[in-house]
Ligand binder design. Structure first.
Ligand SMILES: [Zn+2]
Length: 265
């Protein structure tokens, strides 16, 4: 069994403030370690479910957060960003049996995770087919275009509601919820135990029922924090400026959504 594990930081246990997510800030050290331990728990869970080939993507910011010496032997680690539009799931292809998301978070504009965003913090809102899109929305579909089901997601409670409404068969673990600028979280050790068990069970269960149906028609809308950015990005092929700092692109090919995002976000 071949498994891909994509690890972000804004949805790990306990993380609350941007200082804790930003490399070069002293607070980041503690949280990169928690991120690594959550990745580790997912890897161990996958191995005990029978995974023989495991790819781990460091999918936060610089792509250089995981403490690689703490990861178990036998996994393949992807760091930094190649520039491929599948960024957070780079190297995923049809040969994988399942995708696992660890430490993922709610969409830009969510009031339930002070660190919520979609792709970066320059966008004010990203919508897919009229609904606010999280990174989960985008990548669960990107993976599905390759026939790879997303079987387990951990992160904040607001994201879990979105996962459930997308496909209730996907296993979910809310390690924390946000109230204003505060977080109410499981202890990191409890979260790690639950990730290990949850990933193990999800990979032993039927995976195909977790596959989502990729929309046939896609309307991607990006509202920028800055009006000058909307003007500049409106020159990307196929993009239309539609007012209110917002650009829109319509396509029947989901790869075009991801490719456009790569350049206009
Ligand atoms: Zn991140």
């Amino acid at each position: 069994m071949k498994v891909y594990i994509s690890v972000d930081i804004e949805g790990i246990a306990g993380i609350t403030h941007w200082d804790e997510a930003e490399k070069n800030h002293a607070d980041w050290q503690e949280f990169r370690e928690i991120m690594t331990r959550e990745a580790n728990a997912a890897i161990v869970g996958a191995i005990s479910a029978g995974a023989t080939d495991i790819y781990v993507k460091d999918a936060h910011d610089s792509g250089r957060n995981l403490i690689t010496t703490m990861l178990p032997r036998g996994c393949t680690i992807i760091r930094e960003w190649s520039g491929h539009p599948y960024s957070m799931i780079q190297e995923l292809d049809e040969s994988f049996d399942a995708l696992v998301m660890i430490g993922w978070h709610a969409h830009m504009g969510s009031e339930e995770n002070a660190l919520a965003h979609t792709m970066n913090t320059r966008t004010h809102m990203v919508k897919l087919n009229g609904k606010p899109a999280s990174e989960f929305t985008l990548f669960v579909n990107a993976a599905a275009t390759l026939g790879v089901p997303t079987v387990f997601v951990s992160g904040d409670e607001a994201l879990m509601r979105e996962v459930e409404s997308t496909n209730p068969n996907i296993a979910r673990l809310a390690v924390k919820r946000g109230v204003g600028a505060s977080t109410i979280s499981m202890s990191p050790r409890t979260a790690q135990n639950e990730i290990r068990t949850g990933v193990n069970l999800a990979l032993r269960a039927k995976k195909d029922k977790c596959l989502v149906t990729v929309p046939e028609h896609n309307v991607l809308e990006i509202t920028y924090a800055s009006p000058t950015l909307a003007y500049e990005k409106s020159f990307y092929p196929g993009v239309k400026y539609v007012g209110d700092r917002t650009n829109r692109i319509e396509t029947t090919n989901f790869f075009d959504v991801m490719r456009a995002l790569r350049f206009i976000k």
